[in-house]
Design a protein around this ligand. Structure first.
Ligand code: AMP
Ligand code: ZN
Length: 120
């Protein structure tokens, strides 16, 4: 989905609106976090802005505080899941080459196993 397509068709907007069920682990006025439906690690959460932004590539001036807020939520959830000392991986896929499949900006938070580098 590009920015031009309606948010009504966006899967993660439907999760925000509770029209599609998810395992929500954090919510405030700007952000939502929920369990990835296809976890790639023992902890695999998605942290999203409530405002529809399709891709990291579509960020605009004025989004600085929102993005910083998402990463403070990431840190809080990493702490809650006991990952601060062992380590964790954050990923934002932007666009097709990166493998983005859901076009509502999301931060993957993964932990509980050792990750390889470079990623595939
Ligand atoms: P990406 O490939 O970076 O766009 O990541 C999209 C992620 O959304 C994938 O890890 C999917 O497993 C996850 N996903 C897709 N549908 C759902 C859903 N209904 N609830 C939770 N996670 C989902
Ligand atoms: Zn959306």
């Amino acid at each position: 989905m590009t920015e031009a397509q309606p948010e009504a068709a966006c899967l993660f907007c439907k999760i925000i609106q509770k029209k599609i069920p998810s395992l929500i682990v954090y919510e405030d006025d700007r952000a939502l976090a929920f369990a990835d439906i296809s976890p790639q690690a023992p902890t695999h959460l998605l942290i999203i802005p409530k405002r529809h932004i399709s891709r990291l590539a579509d960020l605009q001036s004025g989004d600085e505080e929102l993005m910083a807020h998402l990463f403070v939520v990431v840190q809080k959830l990493a702490k809650e899941n006991g990952l601060l000392e062992s380590g964790f991986r954050t990923v934002i896929n932007s666009g097709e080459d990166a493998g983005q499949t859901v076009f509502h900006l999301h931060v993957h938070l993964m932990g509980g196993r050792v990750f390889e580098w470079p990623p595939g």
